[in-house]
Design a binder for this molecule. Sequence first.
Ligand SMILES: Nc1ncnc2c1ncn2[C@@H]1O[C@H](COP(=O)(O)OP(=O)(O)OP(=O)(O)O)[C@@H](O)[C@H]1O
Ligand SMILES: [Mg+2]
Length: 260
Amino acid sequence: MTTQTMAASAAHTTDLRKTYGSGAAQVKALDGVSLDLYAGQFTAIMGPSGSGKSTLMHCLAALDTPTAGEVVVDGVALATLKDKALTKLRRERIGFVFQAFNLVPTLTAEENILLPLTLAGRKPDPDWFELVVTTVGLGDRLGHRPSEMSGGQQQRVACARALISKPTIVFADEPTGNLDTISGGEVLGFLRRSVDEFDQTIVMVTHDAHAASYCDRVIFLADGRVVDELDSPDRDQILAHMTDLQEAALRRAGQAGALS
Ligand SMILES: Nc1ncnc2c1ncn2[C@@H]1O[C@H](COP(=O)(O)OP(=O)(O)OP(=O)(O)O)[C@@H](O)[C@H]1O
Ligand SMILES: [Mg+2]
């Protein structure tokens, strides 16, 4: 038995489909995705632009509703929840980090980090707050507003905000997409530590093989489907795999062109 079959599932999808538009303009953003995301793992989702990565994350995080299929987070089927319960689940059990940090400009770093709890009318656990802030390395920046921080610092605030409610699972959509290598490394290091030291579960979309090499598992999407996955790959293995997938896609496109 592999470690993955023994690990608990933090979230899963069954035959997930998302279709945009209709008729000739119809786009199948997700075309039958069945996936288990394991607790205590750092998982990367990779794939070409338009392959459905963001759509998948949004459906998993209850920010979007699928056309068909099921999403289960922490044992709860999202489709069974009414609006209020869904908002509660999203607030308490799901964290989300966006590419564009999405901090509130008028709030300090500390206020931004605590925002999910403030909105829920909950008090922070001081020990956990301390631990998250120390790990994220922002102890001396807590009074700063986003405009007074670098991109990497802002994204680390966004990561701390995603973790503050101790969610079951954190979804991060290209969290290092807007960062230089050093700031990106800081954010990836923090995400890795939160998996290793706090037993967090993180799913991250990335285009970058180096970023994906921080992960325990890499899942590849193409045309709205899971086409492959790798366990604990290094950067070169990921790059080689991406090249193979791209060549296969080009061959398919070539065959389709020859047939038409
Ligand atoms: N709101 C929408 N309306 C219509 N089509 C959409 C919408 N959102 C996404 N799509 C389409 O669905 C497909 C998947 O989009 P998605 O944003 O999930 O891709 P992605 O893998 O995240 O791409 P990228 O790497 O560029 O961020 C694309 O063809 C996109 O054009
Ligand atoms: Mg995207």
